[in-house]
Ligand binder design. Structure first.
Ligand SMILES: [Fe+2]
Length: 196
């Protein structure tokens, strides 16, 4: 019996900055100066890949643990699967939430902005409160996520996290936020099936 193995989703555009998938984001360089190419390459090819590698190993181990009725191993694997599966999902969504600054237009998310204005009073108020939000739970549908771990900014911003948080707004792909809002949960997580 085989178990599902996940793979790293490729960055959906070329390094020369020419969009190959207008719904997603440009090459790592295209996110500069908000996020350096060095960070993007390490973050995607090393950090995200590690989550996937660990997820796949735990899924394989879990299959054996289930067959052999090894409950302690099942419980240990479940924690690893939750952590690394979450890392895979969060990073996949994060990449889709970014785009070149020239493509980042809040006017592309008219319905989302209308909801933001209803709930927070305005886009600037929303930005101020955004960092207070807890990580999503399984019952909510993620529309916009930003990686706050040090590996997401430290090489470039060092300990000045506030500058990263300010600059990240210049490379948010509002078009994908709006599409996720309109499409619903099945749309948001479809990459999980596509990556199998
Ligand atoms: Fe990350």
């Amino acid at each position: 019996m085989a178990v599902t193995q996940y793979s790293l989703p490729p960055l959906p555009y070329a390094y020369d900055g020419i969009l190959t998938n207008p719904h997603l984001f440009a090459s790592p360089q295209a996110l500069e100066p908000a996020i350096s190419a060095q960070i993007m390459q390490l973050h995607h090819s090393k950090h995200h890949q590690t989550y996937i590698t660990n997820l796949n190993a735990a899924l394989t181990s879990q299959l054996h643990a289930l067959i052999s009725n090894n409950l302690p191993l099942q419980l240990a694997n479940q924690q690893i699967i939750t952590f690394n599966g979450g890392g895979h999902i969060n990073h996949s969504l994060f990449w889709e939430n970014l785009c070149a600054a020239s493509e980042s237009k809040v006017t592309d998310a008219k319905q989302v902005v209308a909801e933001i204005e209803k709930q927070w009073g305005g886009i600037e108020e929303f930005k101020d409160r955004f960092w207070e939000n807890d990580p999503i739970t399984i019952r909510l549908t993620p529309l916009l996520g930003v990686d706050m771990w040090e590996h997401a900014y430290y090489l470039q911003y060092l300990n000045v996290k506030a500058a990263y948080l300010e600059n990240i707004w210049t490379v948010i792909n509002w078009k994908t936020v709006e599409e996720k809002f309109k499409g619903g949960r099945e749309d948001v997580l479809k990459f999980l099936r596509a990556s199998i």
